[in-house]
Design a protein around this ligand. Structure first.
Ligand SMILES: Nc1ncnc2c1ncn2[C@@H]1O[C@H](COP(=O)(O)OP(=O)(O)OP(=O)(O)O)[C@@H](O)[C@H]1O
Length: 322
């Protein structure tokens, strides 16, 4: 049974700005998913509508079969059960970490409040900073406090709108992994939106891909990687090498094997770029203008070398009948 249902949501701000086109999906309780899309694809609008903070033109959001009312239908917009965190999420600057986390619980029983704040400090490993003010914390620690504050009243649904984009890559990856473990141990339903594929893959086992306001594909990353529905989705995962004379058919660099020159597919290396896990070769296929990227895992080749290339038919990505 679906727990959070997004049913056919459309939203157009004005003539030029169509933010969402009939977006629909359903999540089970406790599911953690990522919504991936480039800037302007409608991610923030989608989350705001799910949170009941934006008026949609069409469609409905349901939480456990209850309609989520939008600001035109509800006096105080938003729901305690659904928390939205975004990059500009503000902390109380003159309050300590523990006060910030406990703030949403002011109307709750004092003992419960104390217990819950302890739980959150423990969960997010923030004990050492409990008496510090936000300005005495790093960006990553501040984001954790913001998340701690959102978690303090135990929301049913947590919506994360690129909340980590101000962090450096290493800090961000660590925080995402930490949160993934927290979410795995909870029954919170989480939607994480991002434009970064690696972040999305780190956070969840299920991806929703948004393009120009449309949900173009959803599923397990491995399935989308192997069977992308269109060029846009395919290219989110890697560069695609066009296969000459084979219509709209491509092969990923990671699926190309470098062999000795043996008269089959031959190429000349026109540049070699040292990357962390391999040397990326840019090659020109013999007797053509077709340029490919291939991965030299053993760092054996350099500019000017001739190499042979091979790949398995089953790895070909094709968008039209061959
Ligand atoms: N208040 C608004 N008024 C008019 N157009 C808007 C408004 N908010 C968003 N839009 C437009 O709606 C579309 C979707 O915007 P949205 O912010 O939802 O995308 P996004 O995927 O979250 O982008 P980003 O990653 O850059 O934050 C864009 O074309 C944007 O310009």
């Amino acid at each position: 049974m679906s727990y959070l249902k997004i049913d056919n949501i459309s939203k157009q701000y004005d003539e030029k700005n169509i933010a969402l086109r009939q977006v629909g999906f359903a999540l089970k309780k406790g599911e953690v998913v990522s919504v991936l899309g480039e800037s302007g694809s409608g991610k923030s609008t989608l989350l705001r509508i799910i949170a009941g903070l934006e008026i949609q033109d069409e469609g409905r959001v349901y939480l456990e079969d209850e309609k989520i009312l939008n600001p035109a239908e509800k006096l105080v917009a938003g729901y305690d059960e659904i928390k939205l965190i975004h990059q500009q999420y503000k902390l109380y600057l003159n309050s300590t970490v523990e006060e910030n986390i406990g703030r949403p619980l002011l109307l709750y029983d004092k003992d419960y409040r104390r217990e819950r704040v302890e739980e959150i400090l423990q969960m997010l490993n923030l004990h050492a900073f409990r008496h510090k003010l936000p300005k005495q914390l790093s960006g990553g620690q501040q984001q954790k406090v913001a998340i701690g504050r959102a978690l303090s009243i135990e929301p049913e649904v947590l919506l994360l709108d690129e909340p980590f984009s101000s962090l450096d890559t290493i800090q961000k990856r660590e925080l995402i992994e930490e949160l993934r473990h927290i979410f795995e141990d909870s029954d919170m339903t989480v939607i994480f939106v991002t434009h970064d594929l690696d972040d999305a893959l780190l956070m969840s086992k299920k991806l929703f891909i948004l393009k120009d306001g449309e949900l173009v594909q959803k599923g397990a990353p491995r399935d989308i990687f192997r069977k992308p529905k269109n060029l846009y989705t395919a290219q989110l995962f890697s560069h695609l090498n066009p296969i000459p004379g084979n219509g709209e058919a491509f092969i990923r660099p990671s699926d190309v094997k470098i062999e000795k020159v043996d008269g089959r597919l031959e190429a000349e290396i026109i540049s070699a770029q040292y990357l962390i896990h391999y040397t990326q070769l840019t090659v020109r296929l013999k007797d053509t203008d077709v340029i490919w990227k291939v991965e030299d895992q053993n760092r054996l080749y350099q500019k000017g070398d001739s190499i042979g290339l091979s790949f398995h038919e089953e790895n070909i990505i094709s968008f039209s009948p061959q």
